[in-house]
Design a protein around this ligand. Sequence first.
Ligand code: 13P
Length: 251
Amino acid sequence: MRKKLLLGNWKMNLLVGEAKAFALASTSLTQKAKEHQIMLGVAPTYLGLQTVLASNPELIVAAQDMHFESKGAFTGEISGDMLKDLGVSWTLIGHSERRSYFGETNFSCNKKIKKALSLGFTVVYCVGETAKEYEENQTKQIIHDQLSVGLQGVSEEEFSRIVIAYEPVWSIGTGLNASAEHAQDICSYIRQTLATLSSSKASDAIQILYGGSVKPTNVKTYLLQNDVDGALVGGASLTVESFEALLNEMI
Ligand code: 13P
């Protein structure tokens, strides 16, 4: 039985003091989530990681990205080894904003995913089609490429530390939600594809999240779908009140 997972992606938002206030105020939420077998976490900026870890140890704390090398001449980058050193054990990889603004490719995602898994991380691998690809009916082909290249060389054991976030690019931050039927169709396709890349046992156990304009008013419709195990939420995860409202809808 897969656990539900609610993950907030804060993107480039919240000052360190704001992140700390959120984390301190979230202790009643993590307690509630635990009682209902729901996993709860946030992905702060790199600068917020330490204070969030220290302020609520029950919250899953994910980085938003990491470099595939351990150290070296990569100005402005942060390595998995550095994140691990802070006590971080989850990371997003391949978010559509990394892909569209910072040149991330399926190939570079694969390098990062393999590195993160080798360090013991749980990886939230983000996939999804653009508006053009959606309109041209290419969604499944795009998702297939993102999964088969991004997860190449991942072992059966390592698949147990993979979470997939399906985020249609056209629905991120736009208020244009994918329908629950579309989310289910693609998340089911993702699970079938994962079975061919690992095994049906492994793919049955993998949590698949929907992301893109998720709000307290619509999160439940996604969670009712067989292959949707939770949500990756941007804007609606930025205040503890809204995050609590999302959690309440998932209970
Ligand atoms: P929004 O919830 O703001 O649409 O962002 C979704 C997202 O990109 C989460 O990673």
